[in-house]
Design a protein around this ligand. Structure first.
Ligand SMILES: [Ca+2]
Length: 467
């Protein structure tokens, strides 16, 4: 229990308990107060796919891949058309999700590689949504891909999760659970504990079991699936790796890589297994009569690789700051609270989910901590608009800013200057085909100035873990 006491002391030291999340405009928030017990609080199930593109689901227009469970969630809840991952790759988006801030503030702007960053991770001093929800009496669990630190000292159980099953690296073999550096990577809390099975199915089962075990108290489950990140392996494929091997070459993609049609078939199987896993979790909520008191939120950590997945109708892919790199599917489901069949075009980002979950839980936010995300519950519950804001992205020589329909994108940074500057009205031109930078120099100037001010703010005094 020594560790738990340390965490409590730490949370006290950073000022938990003195500021409530503003939820006055929300129906869900207004019913909660000092008189309601923890058992009245809604549960939260946050599911994040990996590398799933904007055009990869049936409810986002995919004609090939069958996703009946996710389509049903969209039909029974709210679908976002303008939701974005904070990063264009895995670790940065996860840092923003966990902390509710731009990932640069946590010093994580690029991927934590199991080859070159194996000794490090996101600082345990960062305050995660799991830690915030714990202060409101929630049971917390993480089942899936962490990708925010490899040594046990950076494990999810050090960041507010009571329970963890899954893997800490990216690009795991779905069957043998061996990472790209040839290490076994399947954990129970902060200890290695192998388990047989297909990654997507194991995580779905653990999530369903946790719901069963935790039904008497409010819970928050974070399920970061690996699906549909490479290697391309469906549930019926064989393991491709052994401990001690090196999988940083093309072998990382798995044996179903060379043949394009077969690779795409594997990808389809992976998305469909993900869809079945979401269905398994929602079915468990329904069986226990918990669906009406649970907010389910589904999204992806970045766009798809276009040579296997679909970001249509967006341009670009994972790693890009074109829309295809960061505009992702997002679905919110909460029967009786969120209007069935709702579609919103509000612009929201991964980092908004931290404050949104705290508001859902009636949890207090840490004092003196700048959170960049905003509460999107008013969008979910009342179809309201968010306050106007400008949001930003930055990754490997690219920068972007978005205000209303306007998106500034800058690419190819060399000696402090970008070789490409584009301005697009992404409401009218989601494919970013019509560059209006020359026609709208004032808008370019304004967004560039806002971007530079943001850059200065989020990088001031940062100790970079991975830039
Ligand atoms: Ca990813």
């Amino acid at each position: 229990m020594e560790r738990a006491l340390d965490r409590r002391d730490f949370l006290k030291a950073v000022g938990f308990g003195a500021m409530s999340v503003a939820v006055s405009s929300c129906a869900a928030g207004s019913k909660r107060g000092a008189r309601s017990g923890p058992q009245d609080k809604p549960n939260i199930v946050l599911i994040m796919a990996d590398d799933l593109g904007y055009g990869d689901l049936g409810c986002y227009g995919n004609q090939t891949i069958k996703t009946p469970n996710l389509d049903a969630l969209a039909k029974g809840g709210m679908r976002f058309t303008d939701f974005h991952s904070n990063g264009a790759m895995c670790s940065p988006t996860r840092a923003a999700l966990l902390t509710g801030r731009y990932q640069q503030r946590a010093g994580i702007e690029s991927v934590l590689s199991a080859r070159s960053n194996y000794e490090t991770g996101m600082a345990v001093e960062e305050i995660t949504f799991a830690e915030v929800l714990k202060t409101a009496g929630y049971a917390t669990a993480c089942f899936g891909k962490w990708h925010l630190g490899y040594p046990p000292a950076y494990n999810p159980v050090r960041q507010g999760f009571d329970t963890y099953r899954g893997f800490v690296a990216g690009g795991l073999d779905y069957h043998s659970h061996i990472d790209r550096s040839g290490r076994a990577d399947w954990w129970k809390d902060d200890k290695l504990l192998p388990e047989e099975g297909y990654t997507t199915e194991l995580l779905s089962e653990h999530a369903a079991q946790f719901i069963e075990d935790s039904k008497a108290k409010p819970f928050c489950i974070y399920v970061p699936y690996q699906a549909v990140h490479f290697p391309f392996q469906g549930p019926n494929d064989e393991a491709d790796r052994v401990v001690g091997g090196n999988y940083w070459s093309k072998a990382k993609y798995g044996r179903r890589y060379d043949d394009v049609d077969d690779r795409k078939l594997a990808y389809k199987e992976m998305v469909e297994s993900l869809d079945a896993g979401v269905g398994r979790i929602v079915k468990k909520l329904k069986e226990l009569g918990l669906d009406k008191k649970t907010l389910v939120f589904f999204t992806s950590d970045n766009g798809a690789y276009r040579w296997v997945g679909s970001n249509l109708p967006c341009k670009g892919q994972k790693g890009d700051l074109w829309e295809g790199g960061h505009r992702v599917p997002a679905i919110a489901f909460w029967p009786g609270k969120i209007k069935a069949g709702a579609v919103t075009n509000e612009t929201a980002l991964t980092m908004d989910l931290f404050v949104t979950m705290a508001a859902t839980a009636g949890a207090e936010l840490p004092v003196g901590r700048k959170l960049d995300g905003v509460n999107i519950l008013p969008v979910l519950l009342e179809g309201r608009k968010l306050p106007e804001r400008t949001v930003f992205w930055r990754t490997s020589g690219q920068g972007a800013a978005r205000k209303g329909p306007w998106k500034l994108i800058m690419r190819g940074k060399k000696q402090g200057e970008y070789t490409f500057v584009g301005l697009f009205n992404v409401d009218d031109d989601i494919g970013e085909d019509n560059n209006l930078a020359e026609a709208q120099p004032q808008m370019v100037k304004m967004l560039k100035a806002e971007f530079e001010a943001w850059e200065k703010d989020v990088t001031a005094g940062v100790k970079w873990i991975r830039k």
